[in-house]
Design a binder for this molecule. Structure first.
Ligand SMILES: Cc1cc2nc3c(=O)[nH]c(=O)nc-3n(C[C@H](O)[C@H](O)[C@H](O)COP(=O)(O)OP(=O)(O)OC[C@H]3O[C@@H](n4cnc5c(N)ncnc54)[C@H](O)[C@@H]3O)c2cc1C
Ligand code: FES
Length: 291
């Protein structure tokens, strides 16, 4: 039977250490898309800060802008120098204020929090990753880990849907992944350009192409809820068991440690029990329009 939730790794921030943001400095800023609305920060701890445990793929930190507010943002990479990378789309008050910050600025960070993508469970199996838009950021550490331990997995298929070629994240990495013959990268865009020679259309059409063993595949998907719902349905049609499909949920958060109930979906707290859940646990929530 599928477990109800994916357990947080043992290294997750403990509640008693988790409420006070620690100062971390923006070491570098990278603007990822042509419109500038997506940016990646590498954050490094200020002297005297005891960094928490290394975030596992799928976990998130709470980033606090002094005088503005706090938002949950997934870890999109870790660096050899002890930095964490966060890739953010500016959508509202806090994330737009974040967009204006430059290297040298100090923000508050607490975490890491949440469950992780089930990479251990994927060992010895084909791995299918399906990302929509900014959803590539939380899946990027899985791709890094899978490539570091490439022999642990069978085929690795990455399906990525972006709004347009100019909205594609991590362009140089996508190019590098595309050149590898041990990773099957498939990209589609909603709207092409005159120069675009690739696929146009929804990301599920990339999943429809198969190329993985339906009896021995584990899938992970992250993006808008409607995209994850259709992706899961497509994977099921291709023969995957629902319990072999994992989704990452986004909900407004306050405490991030299971106290306030802000992130609750039915009996589940996204901050504590998620954000990564087995699909059957979240499937009922996907069917409720207003969630
Ligand atoms: C576990 C977790 C991980 C996350 N990881 C990332 C990440 O890696 N990168 C990232 O960019 N975001 C991520 N988010 C989403 C991010 O936390 C929100 O976009 C952010 O909280 C919005 O805060 P705000 O104050 O800027 O916007 P608000 O002022 O709260 O919202 C302004 C407007 O934007 C809309 N809005 C809010 N969130 C979103 C959204 N996600 N997409 C589109 N519209 C939205 C609201 O409905 C509202 O209309 C994650 C969320 C969770 C729960
Ligand atoms: S954010 Fe408070 S319970 Fe999840």
């Amino acid at each position: 039977m599928a477990p109800d939730t994916v357990q947080p790794p043992p290294g997750s921030a403990l509640p008693e250490q988790a409420m006070a943001p620690q100062p971390w400095r923006i070491h570098s800023v990278r603007r990822d898309v042509a419109s500038n609305e997506v940016f990646s920060w590498e954050l490094r701890p200020e002297p005297g800060v005891e960094p928490g445990p290394l975030p596992a793929p799928g976990q998130f930190n709470m980033l606090y802008l002094f005088g503005v507010g706090e938002v949950p943002i997934s870890v999109s990479a870790t660096t050899a120098e002890g930095g964490v990378v966060h890739t953010t789309r500016a959508v509202g008050s806090v994330t737009r204020a974040m967009q204006g910050l430059e290297p040298g600025a100090v923000v508050g960070l607490r975490g890491p929090f949440g469950s992780q993508w089930p990479l251990e469970q994927a060992k010895g199996r084909d791995l299918v990753l399906v990302a929509g838009g900014i959803g590539l950021a939380p899946l990027r550490p899985v791709i890094h880990a899978a490539l570091e331990r490439r022999s642990d997995f069978g085929r690795v298929v990455v399906c990525y849907g972006a709004r347009s070629p100019g909205d594609m994240l991590f362009r140089d990495e996508l190019d590098a992944w595309d050149r590898r013959d041990d990773l099957d990268l498939r990209i589609t865009v909603d709207r092409g350009t005159a120069a675009w020679r690739g696929d146009v259309g929804v990301v599920t059409q990339l999943v429809e192409r198969g190329g993985f063993d339906r009896r021995n595949t584990l899938a992970m998907t992250c993006g808008p809820e409607v995209m994850m719902r259709f992706t899961a349905a497509t994977l099921e049609r291709r023969g995957l068991k629902p319990e072999d499909i994992f989704v990452s949920m986004e909900r407004n958060m306050r405490c991030a440690v299971g106290f306030c109930g802000h992130c609750q979906i039915g009996p589940h707290f996204v901050c504590r029990d998620g954000p990564v859940f087995p699909y059957p646990v979240m499937e009922p929530a996907f069917r409720i329009r207003e969630l």
